[in-house]
Design a binder for this molecule. Structure first.
Ligand SMILES: *[C@@H]1O[C@H](CO)[C@@H](O)[C@H](O)[C@H]1NC(C)=O
Ligand SMILES: *[C@@H]1O[C@H](CO)[C@@H](O)[C@H](O)[C@H]1NC(C)=O
Ligand SMILES: *[C@@H]1O[C@H](CO)[C@@H](O)[C@H](O)[C@H]1NC(C)=O
Ligand SMILES: *[C@@H]1O[C@H](CO)[C@@H](O)[C@H](O)[C@H]1NC(C)=O
Length: 315
């Protein structure tokens, strides 16, 4: 009884050890520009812990010299970037590992310059000059490996069904003879004739053309001119008011500077004239007194006069 159990256990252990792991499948190299990433799938759900994978490569038909890229990685991908020569042909392999078990290798033949995909330009800068749209397209790392052309798809934003395509050899692309004051959208892709491969298009970027903006430029200039004049006038007005404020009426006429009040002199002279004529001996004392008091009021007025303005008033 015990013996049977032992044999059974032994058989079980033997079976589980001898059953090698399933191999990775759906192995593919995703090569975008010079970025090479190996991806695979693995069916191993019967294990309740994660397995690991090892991936390496050798030159095609050179089995002896595999070079390790990922050892015991827990992921379902491995980055081969910067390992492979663009013009080479390689055999890539990957297997699953779990402690002292491992699967068979799964092989893949990979030739970068045949299997490469072009990535879209990473950046497209747009400039507008009236009815011309100028695109400055970022250079692809692949332009050192192949001759690239730039496919520019463009359309009026309101007419997306009428798309136009232009091919440029240069990363500075100009779209000319567009409609004025119209919003256009552009997308750019790269294309290699030698490799007969193209990139995806960049996502649409929209921009509006301008037009004969001479008219509104003049308008703006005139407006600016008027604004400047208004500001200048306002400043001058404020300064003038401040100056008037600086010349505070003096408390006493004696406080006035000498060179200042010809006007006052005239007033005083006129007062004096009034004073001289007033105290005539032929007049009745009452009237004299009246006149004198009026004059003294006058002169007193001038004395108490607090400035040019009020002097004028009292005279
Ligand atoms: C591994 O490879 C050997 C020999 O090529 C084969 O007999 C075996 O069935 C393979 N194992 C698995 C799990 O595919
Ligand atoms: C390559 O691409 C993968 C996935 O897009 C990314 O995770 C990785 O960082 C890239 N490698 C390099 C060296 O840029
Ligand atoms: C296997 O992968 C796991 C992650 O999934 C990691 O923690 C572990 O260290 C790896 N084992 C080895 C031997 O690299
Ligand atoms: C191109 O676009 C498709 C669909 O959006 C995407 O699956 C693919 O990865 C893109 N190719 C590149 C090289 O970016």
């Amino acid at each position: 009884m015990l013996l049977y159990l032992h044999v059974g256990l032994y058989m079980l252990i033997f079976c589980s050890v001898s059953t090698s792991l399933p191999s990775p499948y759906d192995v593919k190299m995703v090569a975008v520009d010079l970025n090479y990433t190996l991806w695979w799938a693995w069916r191993g759900t019967h294990l309740n812990h994660p397995v690991n994978f090892t991936a390496d490569y050798a030159l095609w038909r050179d089995d002896g010299s595999y070079k390790l890229v990922c050892k015991g990685s827990g992921q379902l991908w491995c980055d081969f970037t910067n390992k492979l020569n663009f013009r080479g042909t390689y055999q890539i392999r990957v297997r699953a590992e779990d402690k002292n078990l491992h699967s068979n290798w799964t092989y893949l033949r990979f030739t970068p310059d045949e299997d490469v995909l072009l990535g879209p330009p990473s950046r497209v800068d747009i400039r507008v000059h009236r009815d011309i749209i100028i695109l400055i397209i970022s250079e692809s790392i692949m332009s050192s490996k192949m001759v690239l052309k730039y496919h520019v798809l463009y359309w009026e934003q309101l007419k997306p069904e009428q798309k136009m395509l232009k091919v440029f050899e240069n990363c500075h692309a100009s779209l000319t003879a567009l409609k004025l004051w119209t919003e256009y959208c552009v997308q750019v892709s790269l294309y290699s004739q030698d490799y007969n491969t193209g990139s995806n298009f960049t996502s649409p970027q929209c921009v509006s053309t301008t037009g004969q903006y001479l008219a509104w430029q003049i308008g703006l200039a005139v407006l600016c001119g008027i604004l400047v004049l208004v500001v200048l006038a306002a400043m001058m007005f404020l300064r003038f008011r401040r100056k008037v404020g600086e010349y505070k009426p003096p408390d006493s006429i004696l406080g006035l500077p000498f060179d200042h009040p010809p006007l006052l002199e005239a007033q005083e002279m006129s007062c004096e004239v009034a004073c001289v004529t007033a105290p005539s001996p032929h007049l009745v004392p009452d009237t004299t007194a009246e006149l004198q008091s009026g004059c003294s009021q006058w002169s007193g007025g001038s004395e108490q006069d607090s400035g040019i303005g009020s002097g004028e008033e009292s005279c």
